[in-house]
Write a protein of this length. Structure first.
Lengths: 243, 176
């Protein structure tokens, strides 16, 4: 026991040697506490707007994400807007059929020869072909009719010129000129009638239907050896298929 | 350990945000806190720093102190934790500064004895050192040490006994 007491005393003395009394400890701790408390209060005050800003930023991010999602969904579900002047396939088909029908009705056989009567009868057909051309020029065709649309406009222009040439040749007593004008106008009208039938019958198809259609057209050509193959403006009346 | 009603009232006030009540409660704990930190760290400057840090942590964690609990073991527990973290970060440098070699100059016997004892104490593992400092240097009863260290009374008794035995052994080895 004495040994333990001695060791304990020695223990205390050894630690006292390195631990001088610090009478200022209380003041130092109190001052440090005050300082750190006030700093913490300032941090809290500063942190408040920061947390609000984080909240606002979070809300903004959510709103932006929602707007982006809504815009994406709208773009997915909204009908695809066509460029200005574009018309639907059905409207284009209707317009072409209507204009071609009116041109067909307006045709007559006047001024066929220098001997026949001719009262400048080409005029109504010219006006109707011009209206058809205007209709085509005023609209953007559906993609599947883009090529044939350009060809139709070219044939309409040629047809109008040919119809204008008929009375001129008649008045000039030029029979051969009259024949050429009639033939040219007839070729254009024939081409336009075939094109119109193709456009009217156009529908989405498969590769198989396209091949069958091409084969049928080939057989039709093969069955008409008297036809002049490669004659400008000639085509067979088969439906235009969109693959 | 009995807790005075007045202290309870102060504790409640402090927990409700009364800083002066907290300071009143803390005041008598600073000196034992300093002695504990000093015994553990053997550096008075580091001990003061540890007590300051512990005081701030105690203020922040005051709500965690259960009603009816005594503040002293709770605060000394915080100081002990603080010493542990200080030791981890700077103990090696402290050791280098204050550890004289045995073959150095020949100071008076008492001083030499103090150095040897502090070296022996420092060589003890943390639990034994803490138990010895609290029991021998702060004169705390074993049950309060158990409360501070979070150990059983039996464990604390064993730590004190083994710590004392080890300390004596080391001193004897040192002194030949």
């Amino acid at each position: 026991v004495d040994n333990e007491r001695q060791l304990r005393t020695e223990f205390r003395r050894a630690l006292d040697e390195v631990l001088p009394p610090v009478p200022w400890l209380e003041a130092a701790v109190t001052q440090d506490l005050h300082k750190r408390r006030s700093r913490r209060s300032i941090d809290r005050v500063n942190a408040l707007p920061r947390s609000r800003m984080q909240l606002v930023a979070g809300v903004l991010v959510i709103v932006l994400a929602a707007v982006a999602a809504a815009a994406f969904l709208a773009s997915q579900h909204a009908p695809q807007t066509a460029p200005a002047g574009a018309i639907s396939i059905e409207a284009y088909q209707t317009m072409v059929k209507r204009d071609d029908g009116m041109v067909i009705v307006s045709r007559n056989d006047n001024c066929m020869t220098l001997e026949s009567a001719c009262d400048v009868s080409g005029k109504p057909a010219i006006a109707l072909m011009q209206r058809w051309l205007d209709d085509l020029n005023a609209s953007t065709p559906p993609a599947r009719f883009a090529v044939i649309d350009a060809q139709m406009r070219r044939h309409l222009t040629v047809g109008i010129s040919a119809l204008n040439a008929i009375p001129a040749a008649y008045q000039a007593k030029d029979q051969s000129g009259l024949d050429r004008a009639h033939n040219l106008a007839s070729d254009q009208q024939g081409w336009l009638d075939e094109a119109t039938r193709g456009i009217a019958a156009s529908q989405p198809g498969t590769a198989a239907t396209y091949i069958a259609s091409a084969q049928a057209a080939s057989q039709a050509f093969g069955g008409c050896p008297s036809w002049v193959v490669g004659q400008p403006g000639r085509m067979r009346g088969h439906a235009i298929h969109e693959l | 350990m009995a807790v005075l009603p007045a202290a309870m009232t102060l504790l409640e006030a402090a927990k409700l945000g009364d800083d002066s009540a907290f300071e009143i409660l803390l005041r008598p704990l600073l000196e034992p806190g300093y002695r504990l930190a000093g015994g553990m760290l053997q550096d008075h400057q580091a001990a003061q720093d540890a007590v300051q840090e512990a005081a701030f942590k105690a203020w922040r964690k005051l709500r965690q102190l259960r009603d009816g609990s005594d503040m002293r073991p709770w605060f000394l527990g915080i100081v002990a934790n603080e010493c542990r973290s200080v030791r981890r970060s700077r103990w090696s440098s402290v050791v280098k500064v204050i550890s004289p070699a045995r073959t150095e100059s020949t100071p008076a016997d008492s001083v030499l004895s103090g150095i040897e004892l502090r070296n022996a104490l420092r060589a003890l593992d943390e639990k034994k050192r803490l138990a010895l400092v609290l029991h021998w240097y702060l004169d705390l009863p074993l049950d309060e040490i158990a409360s501070i260290t979070g150990s059983s009374l039996h464990a604390v008794e064993g730590q004190v006994q083994r710590g004392m035995h080890e300390l004596r052994q080391r001193l004897e080895e040192h002194r030949g």
